[in-house]
Design a protein around this ligand. Structure first.
Ligand SMILES: Cc1ncc(COP(=O)(O)O)c(C=O)c1O
Length: 413
């Protein structure tokens, strides 16, 4: 059974008028397809899911169940990983600002911390001297030019003295083990991917006597999207296979002849590529106005629910008409969907053409990444997340709607 206005209303009546709809099957399909694309070329490829993109515990747990790693960038995310049962050895701690006690706990438990700066190095040096009997696993974040036109602020400039000093400091400390190299570049452009592999393999050769246990190429991959969304990008959207073909053959050739147990793990850290199309957002039409000829519908939802980075793209939408008021539906041209906030620019979608009436539901597709995790507590707390099972027509609550107390119990009244 597909979604309908009645089903959406039933969910809305129970969990709050607007809500996110999670599709964990799509998430799993994406995970398996992406992993396969890389493993077909370089079998020792692994996925470390970028928690920050969408840390819904169900998704984090699925990644763990499917043998993936957790890529976390704060003690908060580290605690999510622990809470969903991820073994510390499968946690990679990245990011420019790390809580020292979380770093200590993870290192002592066998996880890996990727050092981003001298700040991290000093924390880790102290931890190492406090626990001389423990071998601590670290990586180092490498920053080099991948020809994306950006001077990234993360990690160490591999051509600078600080990088060499950091590597020698790590090597001088007997209980620190430099297990791997990490990089991440925000650009999703496929052209930069071969440069990542080339740069990292060169560093592995220059700085390791034996192959490292991992080389992480980070995230920054486009996910799957419908044609209407693809058409809004000025580049061709690469497939998972395109990304794999851009880097995995270099790894395969570089480590040719080595037993797989000696080959480094090729780690990728996808967020958006796994979760983008695994979440929808359903919002009800609450009013339709005509302002000096401009048609505007207000929804019980906001751009901040689906696209808090305000990237100006129109997500794919489906309108579910209220079957009880079919005669009230009018045909509109170039109608904009506005949000519930008081910000003038809060539009979820521009230029809708078609039938619409108050009471209809608009369902926005491809809203899984950087949405629920970035939604500000502005004007309204966030809505529920549900999972709808089309086969059994049942609804599973993933996160209840936030309430007043969730937001205000930290304030003094
Ligand atoms: C270190 C690191 N890895 C992975 C990601 C995930 O990126 P994306 O969702 O673009 O794949 C990010 C995003 O900022 C990141 O900083």
């Amino acid at each position: 059974m597909k979604l309908s206005n009645r089903i959406l209303n039933d969910i809305g009546n129970k969990y709050g008028q607007s809500f996110y709809i999670l599709d964990s099957r799509q998430f799993i399909t994406n995970y398996e397809e992406l992993q396969k694309a890389f493993r077909d070329i370089y079998p020792n490829s692994h996925i470390a899911y970028s928690y920050k993109t969408n840390y819904t515990p169900k998704l984090c747990k699925l990644v763990d169940q499917f043998g993936g790693f957790a890529e976390v960038v704060s003690d908060m995310e580290y605690n999510i990983a622990l809470k969903v049962g991820v073994m510390p050895k499968n946690i990679f701690f990245n990011g420019p600002y790390k809580d020292s006690s979380a770093v200590e706990e993870l290192l002592l438990a066998g996880g890996t911390v990727n050092i981003d700066s001298d700040f991290d190095l000093q924390i880790i040096k102290e931890i190492a001297s406090k626990h001389p009997e423990n071998e601590l696993s670290v990586g180092i974040r490498c920053n080099f030019d991948v020809k994306d036109g950006v001077v990234s602020r993360f990690g160490f400039d591999v051509d600078g003295n600080e990088f060499i000093t950091a590597i020698s400091t790590i090597c001088e400390i007997s209980n620190l083990k430099l297990n791997g190299l990490h990089c991440h570049f925000a650009t999703r452009s496929i052209e930069t991917w071969p440069n990542r592999a080339e740069g990292m393999l060169k560093l592995a050769q220059d700085y390791f006597d034996e192959p490292p246990s991992f080389i992480s190429l980070g995230g920054g991959l486009y996910g799957k999207m419908g044609e209407s969304l693809k058409a809004q990008f000025d580049v061709e959207i690469p497939t998972y296979e395109d990304y794999a073909k851009a880097v995995a053959p270099q790894f395969r050739d570089f480590y040719k002849g080595l037993d797989i147990s000696k080959q480094p793990m090729l780690i990728i850290e996808p967020g958006s590529a796994l979760v983008g199309d695994a979440m929808k957002f359903a919002a009800k039409v609450v009013s339709i106005k005509d302002i000096r000829g401009k048609k505007i519908a207000t929804l019980a939802g906001s751009i901040y629910n689906i696209n808090p980075t305000l990237n100006k793209k129109n997500p794919p939408i489906t309108v579910y008409h209220d079957e009880n008021c079919e005669n009230r539906q009018l045909e509109y041209e170039n109608l904009d969907f506005g949000g519930y906030t008081c910000i003038e620019s809060d539009y979820l979608y521009r230029g809708f053409n078609g039938k619409l009436a108050v009471g209809d539901y608009v369902v926005f597709d491809n809203v899984g990444s950087y949405s629920v995790v970035l939604k500000p507590p502005f004007i309204l707390p966030n809505f529920a997340i549900v999972e709808y099972d089309y086969e059994s027509n049942s609804v599973n609550l993933i996160k209840r709607r936030e309430n007043f107390d969730d937001l205000f119990h930290t304030f003094e009244f």
